[in-house]
Design a protein around this ligand. Sequence first.
Ligand SMILES: Nc1nc2c(c(=O)[nH]1)N[C@H]1C(S)=C(S)[C@@H](COP(=O)(O)O)O[C@H]1N2
Ligand SMILES: [Mo]
Length: 336
Amino acid sequence: MLLKVKAKSQISENEITDEHVYLERRSLIKKMGFLGAGSLLASTTSAQARGLDFFSSKEEQAFVTSPIKFKASSSDSQVLTPENKVISHNNFYEFGTKKSDPVNNAQSFKVNPWQLKVSGEVNKPFTLDYDDLFSRYAIEERIYRLRCVEAWSMVIPWLGFSLSNIIKQADPTSKAKYVAFETLHDPEQMPGQRSRRVGGGIDYPYVEGLRLDEAMNPLTLMSVGLYGKTLPPQNGAPIRLVVPWKYGFKSIKSVVGIKLVEKMPPTTWNILAPREYGFYANVNPDVDHPRWSQASERRITSGGLFARNRIETLPFNGYGEEVSSLYKNMNLRKYY
Ligand SMILES: Nc1nc2c(c(=O)[nH]1)N[C@H]1C(S)=C(S)[C@@H](COP(=O)(O)O)O[C@H]1N2
Ligand SMILES: [Mo]
């Protein structure tokens, strides 16, 4: 991770809710209401990146106000990061290491056709094609905080389904203990995979992993959209992992492989700098990165370029109630 360490700014409760954010929240609540009605969302074959609006006006007429299951918990987390920031400030080193590189370099990335292969220690391996990603499992909206290990964060309304749906369908054998993920390897499309300099020195494909119980946790999401539309390429179209209680680098983008395995799989940032990035990478304000504090974070909101919304970082990114039991007898300093 490239990080310019900034002087520690004051921790403030300054969570702005301006009109723009307010309007977004209203329209979002409407969408959540629709989802709360229990409807399933189907894809259309003509769906293209950002072209598919999951919420047609007809569906929105079925507006009801019932809460979604996985609402972000604390009050700060109700302020969504504006869509324009979610889709223009990215880490996706396959397209370059600057935050603006993915949006600038990924626009012609081809997401259809796509194949996501589910394999390894399973009784029923299978492959999902592009349309399956949107139609095989019921799609829900989930508002999650995303906490990058570089100490900035966002609040993002994702669309997707629990990874557990895929794993259950594959029917793991008794040997399956971990899940290994792999991003597409296509140097022709991804300049960072053609040049070590552009790609930040990573050996591609980007790989990630979870313990099987982490992967089965209902919070663990396979996302196919954000802000009511399909994912833009810079956010990991057509499908990416989102693990909200872990640092952002675990949330691997543009996934083509999900493999159930016996041994802890290699993970990209751990290979690159093992002292700095562990396999677990649970958000933890008490365990600093060797080069900077993890006690606080800059929440990216609707403020201007120089707005600094410094907030306290929460253990497990605020999802401790849901996930701390996964680690009850573990030393989280050792298993960082
Ligand atoms: N394949 C791949 N996945 C990736 C990355 C990457 O460089 N390549 N960056 C990670 C990091 S460091 C973060 S913080 C999140 C950022 O997701 P976003 O750009 O959608 O906010 O994606 C993660 N997934
Ligand atoms: Mo990150």
